[in-house]
Write a protein that binds this ligand. Structure first.
Ligand code: BEZ
Ligand code: FE
Length: 282
């Protein structure tokens, strides 16, 4: 069998799939993987090494740790899926990452998440609107970030599992606000095969500082995204390729005495203002 007929036969083998979309996706996957093997002239040793890599990834994957998801992130595939599925006109989406927790508690709009832990107080506020700029009443914001030591609660037994995370509902004019801390750059987990691949490739292992946000409202496409303080290290070199131009936001010192008095904090504190735009469901 020639190279071409192997590829054609393998693609055709999916033509009777129960779900035509499954058949289409698998045929295209086969087509591009075969082209990769042909173009790289992949050796048998290299192919076996690749299978060993996947086997090692499976061995350390469980409910709390998914090495395949991290592999997708560092290959830029998670970001490519974001880009191709992005509806026109709304705020850009970005990677979810492994530290989202479905159990975040609903807190009042304006909540102080920072408490008395170390870190630079940061007031995050803005509006949730449609693509025409009209407010969306009572949209939900699901928010999470890392602490001043760079760690998420799942990585740090000294943090309360609910630390620096919450859900809040915007007011009737789409306004939201909360007091939190400046987030910090941090490295993706490097103790597995993906870490070994990053080291062997002499790649950066850091992500720039970011807030994670999921914005949802009935009748609109849910938005999974991140906000990146513009002055963060690694803003131009995110190891998971999550930074989009419209998601880089100034994080600036503020002298707003009314906000300082409301939270009982000193000026200057830091402030970030960002409006989210949601796209209606088709
Ligand atoms: C994160 O932002 O938390 C993250 C994203 C992708 C891979 C690892 C961590
Ligand atoms: Fe993160």
């Amino acid at each position: 069998m020639s190279q071409l007929s192997v590829t054609e036969a393998a693609m055709r083998s999916f033509s009777q799939a129960n779900d035509p979309r499954l058949g289409q996706v698998m045929a295209l996957l086969v087509k591009h993987l075969h082209a990769f093997v042909a173009e790289s002239q992949l050796s048998k040793e290299e192919w076996l090494r690749g299978l060993e890599f996947l086997t090692q990834s499976a061995a350390i994957t469980d409910a709390d740790r998914n090495e395949f998801s991290l592999l997708s992130d560092i290959l830029g595939i998670s970001s490519m899926v974001d880009v191709v599925s992005q509806p026109d006109g709304g705020t850009s989406s970005s990677v979810l990452g492994p530290f989202h927790n479905h159990d975040s508690q609903l807190r009042p709009n304006g909540v102080d998440l920072s408490g008395d832990q170390p870190g630079q107080k940061t007031w995050l506020h803005g509006r949730v609107m449609n693509v025409q700029g009209q407010p969306i009443a009572h949209a939900e914001i699901d928010f999470w970030q890392n602490a001043d030591n760079g760690l998420y609660p799942a990585q740090d037994p000294l943090q309360d599992p609910q630390n620096l995370r919450c859900k809040i509902h915007c007011d009737a004019d789409g306004n939201f606000n909360l007091l939190t801390l400046r987030p910090h750059p941090y490295t993706v987990p490097t103790d597995g095969p993906v870490g070994a691949l990053l080291a062997a490739s002499r790649r950066n292992i850091w992500r720039p500082a970011h807030f994670h946000v999921i914005v949802s409202a009935p009748g609109y496409v849910g938005l999974v995204t991140e906000l990146f303080p513009a002055d963060s290290a690694y803003i131009d070199n995110d190891t998971v390729f999550g930074v989009r131009e419209g998601l880089i936001v100034p994080l600036l010192p503020s002298q707003n005495a009314e906000v300082a008095a409301r939270y009982g904090i000193a000026t200057p504190f830091f402030e970030m203002n960002f409006d989210f735009h949601l796209v209606p469901q088709a």
